[in-house]
Design a protein around this ligand. Structure first.
Ligand code: FES
Ligand SMILES: [Fe+2]
Length: 448
């Protein structure tokens, strides 16, 4: 066995992150070698491949994987390379009418990846067309929550073990009933970790998103000064900003239900008033969706179990942000040491049998394009400035708040675990520590 690689620019002090991790080509190459081929990656939404023969290509670094729906409804993944001379057998999204046909010389494969046809087969020496050696190379593929995940590592633990407790929490929230309402993507001129870390803490909200800081929403220091009317106005304003500014993080249907309870009578005690407001809105959302025939968990029951947070993360690149009935989801993929593809989905609930059609993959927008919703625009405007600032010789490392930015420290140190070549048994503990709500999460012990 070869010695594990020494991790350059390792995080030695948990709340200090060396800047080279965000642009050094050698560090990026080590991630390509030790991280990406060893992790479960959200490859596509299942509604991208609703019927037999439907496929979605997932690209990560140099790898292209095709995820395809079989005749029996199961989902499989293969390396997207013809066994003859390596041409990608598919490109993008589409539907295969009769298996895969390579566009170069016409080799064919079934939806199960088995080679079904080689033109002029007799012209090849036997050793190049041996049965069993000419099928598409399978890639591990497992489903959870409405997504297909792939893993290039045959030795990795099953998906579910690697995405806990994220998966159990979101199962309770019935995430698998969600469907894509819209889907955008953006090119960000920054390292993928830097992009992701803009969403791993909320310390930036006061300065970057001042419109989200609405004083009337919180109990005043002098509790006797609490005014239920001001609270309701503040709460409604917040929901509108989250709905419009985030491009639908709170679904418009839920905002309308909140507006409908504008005249609710609340106690003068802030704790009681806030609890009544949230309980009543939860009830209205649940009743509205169930009334239409949509699968919808009891939000008040979830609250009682402590499941009421609005952001969950699954290492290395998936976020789900549930609010009331719906959720936003993010995925970040590296395109180069200083370039990232970020995608945002708006996911919501539809009555059974009335799900929307197969979503169309988005054409990526520039980070400063006019169509980007206002709140991500604010985040995106900081990111290129940060990426440039990191290159200054006088700047050596990021100094994190141990309490407010611990999510970043935990994420970066988990990466180091992969880069150091630790075994999956050791890495599982770190994954459990990071696959949670990263906001206001302190630095934690990862077990290595
Ligand atoms: S490369 Fe696919 S048939 Fe030749
Ligand atoms: Fe933000």
């Amino acid at each position: 066995m070869s010695a594990p690689p020494a991790v350059p620019f390792a995080v030695e002090i948990p709340d200090r992150i060396p800047k080279e991790r965000y642009f050094d080509p050698g560090f990026y190459a080590l991630e390509a070698e030790q991280l990406w081929p060893r992790v479960w990656q959200m490859a596509c939404r299942l509604e991208e491949i609703p019927g037999p023969g439907d496929y979605a290509e997932y690209e990560i670094l140099d790898h292209s994987v095709v995820v395809v729906r079989s005749e029996d409804g199961s989902v499989r993944a293969f390396e997207n390379a013809c066994r003859h001379r390596g041409v990608k057998v598919v490109q993008g999204h589409g539907t295969l009418r009769s298996g895969f046909t390579c566009p170069f010389h016409g080799w064919c494969y079934g939806l199960d990846g088995a080679n079904t046809f080689i033109s002029k087969k007799k012209s090849f020496a036997g050793h190049n067309v041996e049965a069993g050696d000419i099928d598409l190379v399978p890639v591990r593929c497992e489903l959870w929550g409405g997504w297909a995940f792939i893993n290039l590592d045959v030795g990795a633990p099953p998906l579910r073990q690697c995405i806990e407790p994220f998966a159990s929490i979101l199962d309770a929230w019935e995430v698998e009933a969600l469907r894509t309402e819209w889907w955008y993507s953006f090119f960000l001129p920054v390292n993928w970790k830097l992009a992701q870390e803009a969403f791993l803490e909320q310390y930036h909200v006061i300065e970057t998103h001042p419109e989200l800081v609405i004083p009337g929403r919180f109990a005043p220091r002098d509790r006797a000064a609490f005014d239920p009317g001001t609270f309701i106005e503040g709460e409604l304003r917040y929901l509108h900003v989250m709905s419009e500014g985030m491009g639908g993080m709170v679904h418009a249907n839920d905002v309308a239900l909140a507006e409908a309870q504008r005249d609710i009578v609340l106690s003068g005690d802030p704790t009681e008033a806030m609890a009544t407001w949230h309980r009543s809105l939860n009830e209205a959302v649940v009743a509205w969706h169930r009334g239409r025939g949509s699968a919808m968990p009891d939000l008040n029951e979830l609250e009682a179990q402590g499941i009421n947070e609005t952001m969950f993360y699954a290492f290395p690149h998936t976020f789900v942000l549930p609010m009331y009935s719906s959720a936003t989801s993010y995925r970040f993929r590296p395109l180069g040491p200083e370039e990232t593809l970020m995608e945002i989905w708006s996911l919501t609930r539809y009555p059974r049998g009335h799900e929307p059609p197969r979503p169309t993959p988005p054409v990526p927008m520039a980070h400063d394009a006019p169509g980007v919703p206002p709140i991500p625009t604010q985040d995106f405007s900081n990111l290129p400035r940060q990426q440039r600032g990191l290159h200054n010789t006088g700047f050596e490392y990021m100094r994190l708040s141990e309490q407010a930015e611990g999510g970043i420290a935990n994420f970066e140190r988990t990466i180091d675990g992969f880069l150091a070549g630790l075994g999956h048994d050791q890495l599982l503990g770190a994954l459990r520590a990071v696959n949670v709500n990263p906001l206001e999460r302190p630095v934690v012990d990862l077990g290595f």
